[in-house]
Design a protein around this ligand. Structure first.
Ligand SMILES: [Mn+2]
Length: 351
């Protein structure tokens, strides 16, 4: 059992920044690719704290794109100073802080042969990562809880955009605080909430959705197939990997679905999202078990994701084979008998 509190981790970060402030500036704060609200909020809070309390200049960068419409509206409404990672960035910056990810994870653009200055993450590691400061708190609910604690401990003024980003990061990563095992997670959220812009938060949570979102969701529903509480949907090519996660989230809400797995193709990679109802087993462990390389998957207790390269010029049969293999493996892993047939719950006559 992990008995660390967010405050203990936060104090470690503060001590580290205080001790290293001269040598850390300028700092590159790198999130995982296709950053989610937690990664964005963590990076933004570190960026703000480093400058305000320690005079450390930093730049926030992310690989991939910000795909999910809520996340784009978060960046837009809160005016988050985040930038797409440029080709020379990692070479240029001696100091890199990895947020909500770790070196060696497939989900970030950090080279495996470099040692980051800082790692602040909540995901269980496969091999213990090495950095000047490593904070991995697997029970903090969201990585940004630790950063929020640091701001509170420093008694820094917390501007509304920073607080709003943190609150949204905590809400999304903990499924509205449902998945927050420790009382200090809820306490941190409540402490931050009074600095929030609630109007901005509501706007971020209810963005206007594109036609692409609806057509992808429509395809996800049409393609959905079910077998003993496991719902699987193959989306084919998608415009952004975030859509795969969103469709998986949605399909899991179907009555009787205990598991939802969505597969989608994006830029030569097969992306997989796995969602589960309860967490007697860990979703990320299951996804790792069925992947060909365990390092390509990660996540939490009820949410997991991963991707691996198939090839941008690969033929349809190569993609299908990889998808079918994953489906075969998840059935085995969940001990669902092969002889039970899949059925399409949303096809056919509507009565
Ligand atoms: Mn996170």
């Amino acid at each position: 059992m992990n008995s660390v509190t967010a405050a203990q981790s936060a104090r470690k970060i503060i001590r580290f920044l205080r001790r290293k402030k001269e040598s850390l500036s300028p700092l590159l704060i790198l999130t995982h690719d296709y950053p989610d609200p937690d990664a964005l909020a963590s990076a933004y809070a570190l960026h703000y704290m480093a400058a305000q309390a320690f005079g450390i200049q930093s730049r926030i960068a992310y690989g991939g794109i910000i795909g999910r419409v809520e996340n784009r509206s978060m960046v837009h409404i809160l005016k988050l100073p985040v930038h797409k990672l440029r080709a020379g960035d990692i070479r240029k910056y001696e100091n890199v802080a990895l947020m909500d990810t770790q070196p060696g994870f497939e989900n970030n653009s950090f080279p495996a042969n470099r040692r980051p200055a800082m790692i602040i993450d909540q995901h269980p590691f496969v091999t213990k990562p090495d950095a000047a400061l490593t904070i991995i708190d697997t029970e903090c609910g969201a990585t940004c809880v630790v950063l929020a604690q640091a701001l509170l401990i420093l008694k820094l003024e917390i501007p509304a955009p920073v607080a709003t980003a943190l609150a949204y990061g905590i809400l999304t990563d903990t499924l509205n605080l449902y998945r927050s095992p420790r009382p200090d997670v809820i306490k941190t959220y409540l402490d931050i909430l009074r600095f929030c812009d609630m109007r901005a938060l509501a706007k971020i949570q209810n963005p206007a959705r594109s036609r692409k979102f609806f057509t992808t969701l429509g395809k996800g529903i049409e393609q959905a197939m079910m077998k003993r509480g496991l719902m699987i949907s193959k989306l084919g090519d998608v415009e952004s990997p975030d859509l795969i996660a969103q469709v998986a989230d949605f399909l899991l809400t179907y009555k009787g679905a205990h598991w939802a797995m969505c597969l989608g193709r994006f830029k030569g990679k097969l992306h997989v999202s796995l969602r589960m109802e309860k967490s007697q087993v860990t979703a990320s462990e299951i996804l790792r078990d069925i992947f060909f390389d365990r390092r390509d998957a990660g996540g939490h207790d009820v949410i997991a994701g991963g991707s691996f390269y198939i090839g941008s010029k690969a033929g349809a049969n190569v993609w299908e084979e990889a998808e079918d293999q994953l489906i075969e493996r998840i059935l085995k892993r969940l001990r669902i008998p092969a002889k039970v047939e899949f059925y399409h719950p949303f096809r056919g006559k509507i009565v």
